[in-house]
Design a protein around this ligand. Sequence first.
Ligand SMILES: Cc1cc2nc3c(=O)[nH]c(=O)nc-3n(C[C@H](O)[C@H](O)[C@H](O)COP(=O)(O)OP(=O)(O)OC[C@H]3O[C@@H](n4cnc5c(N)ncnc54)[C@H](O)[C@@H]3O)c2cc1C
Length: 519
Amino acid sequence: MPPATGEEFDYIVTGAGSAGCAVAARLSESGRHRVLLLEAGPPDRNPWIHIPMGFSRLFANPAVNWMYESEPEAQLGNRTLYQPRGKVLGGTSSINGMVYMRGNAGDYDEWRQRGCTGWDYDSVLPFFKKAENQQRGPSEFHGAGGPLTVSDQPRRHELADAVVAGAIESGLPPNDDFNGAQQEGAGYFQSTTGKSKRWSTATAYLKPARTRANLTVRSNALATKIQIENNQATGVTYVSNGVSRTARALGEVIVCGGVFNSPQLLQLSGIGPARLLSQHGIDIVRDSSSVGAHLQDHFYVRLAYRCTKPITMNELANSLPRKIVAMARYVFFKTGPLAANGVTCGGFGRSDPRLERPDLQFNFSPFSYASRGPEGAIAHQFPGFSLSAVHLRPDARGTVMLKSPDPLAAPAIRFNFLQTQYDLQALTTGVRMARGFTKQPSLAPYVAEEIVPGPTINTDAGKMRCPTCIPSAPAGWDRNPPIRWSIRGCACTASDGCGWSMPRSCRPCRRATPTRQRS
Ligand SMILES: Cc1cc2nc3c(=O)[nH]c(=O)nc-3n(C[C@H](O)[C@H](O)[C@H](O)COP(=O)(O)OP(=O)(O)OC[C@H]3O[C@@H](n4cnc5c(N)ncnc54)[C@H](O)[C@@H]3O)c2cc1C
């Protein structure tokens, strides 16, 4: 059914990212509802989006990335943290690392225990299965035939094998399905790729739905305000090609702008902390201190190693002939290094044996990089690889607040990372564990030296003093190095604001609050 004159729809979805594409496609499925999907970014035509290893070319590409920076924070030495987020059809699922990871089943159960009826793992599992097109076929934990293709790594790699073996030798159990019976362990990750291409939600959900007459997708259309009458959302004002338009919603407005932009749009629309809104001259529709509060993210340390063998992606990144060969292999046969996503294996562990569930994730990437430029991550000139220790459930709660009433201005993002003993301790333990992997018989022969944070940085309890952290700034680095710092007197800390941390849960003797803020 074509939209009625005067732009009237049943549902308006703002943001065509991971959530928005799925929501708009599902809502338009029956053909009974007219759906408008608004996306601030362009269509997903950049070829690097679809090549799994191409994600490094999107990491800092303003054409498809919001490229936010967090606010300086004292406990991080007043540094800001680079926050990539997708600004393109598919949203962050068009620029992310493609690791297929649902989260720990126990986290969902805890949500239900804390009052979120319908969010326990047994209740959400059928939806995960419905979404999934699992290469290994259907099983108790997996579905086949759904829109989201999930694949095994296209090839095993000597170095990845060594990392997995090193983690197992360190004490993690082997795991070949992190979305199955058990999360803890080490092994290869599955990815949201199919036919050796990225399977973003734009590919999975939107592409098959685009021919529906009742679905209107408008890219390069920034939602600037939700229209509200008598406490009901009645439409959305958006800017497209420099022109401001308003579309009416007879049913619902569904905000899917992601973890930073969703609260921003609500605040611009008068829903948020009254003081903040008044400060920016915005009429208050609903005083809600929760909008923009409770920001949660994982925080991680990337350790970079010089490799003893020239078997890493750094050699490819630094050689034009190798790049040509790799591209040819990918284009003609869909094989070779470009066919794999950048985070091929890793594991999950606990920072404290008393924990019921893992609170640490380890990610291996077959490259190491020195800096970030417009072309993406710039690899070290020598063979290298990275191991990240990710703290999945920090205590830290941050905020996303308007800095300006201008919808084009970035919001102020504050994480409050590393303010509690647990956050410091867990991350330090994660670094120690990752280093432990590299000392095991299987992995040690591949490790020439630790480049970042480097051997002078120790992880003894109590040594982490973040106010002493300093960013190192080799030539070519911008003011705020993105991921990597070498830090004097403590382990290095970084976050890319991925927002793919698992739902928060409690640890022994600690109370936790479930959050529905996470995207
Ligand atoms: C570098 C990186 C790597 C990651 N790797 C992984 C991984 O390997 N595995 C994993 O599971 N997760 C990963 N994640 C996290 C995951 O991609 C995100 O959690 C997820 O995509 C968030 O989905 P979302 O729908 O909430 O937001 P998004 O996917 O970000 O979608 C929001 C969309 O809304 C649009 N938008 C925002 N504001 C407006 C507006 N006002 N008007 C119109 N449109 C608007 C945006 O442009 C965007 O397209 C990664 C994230 C990053 C940044």
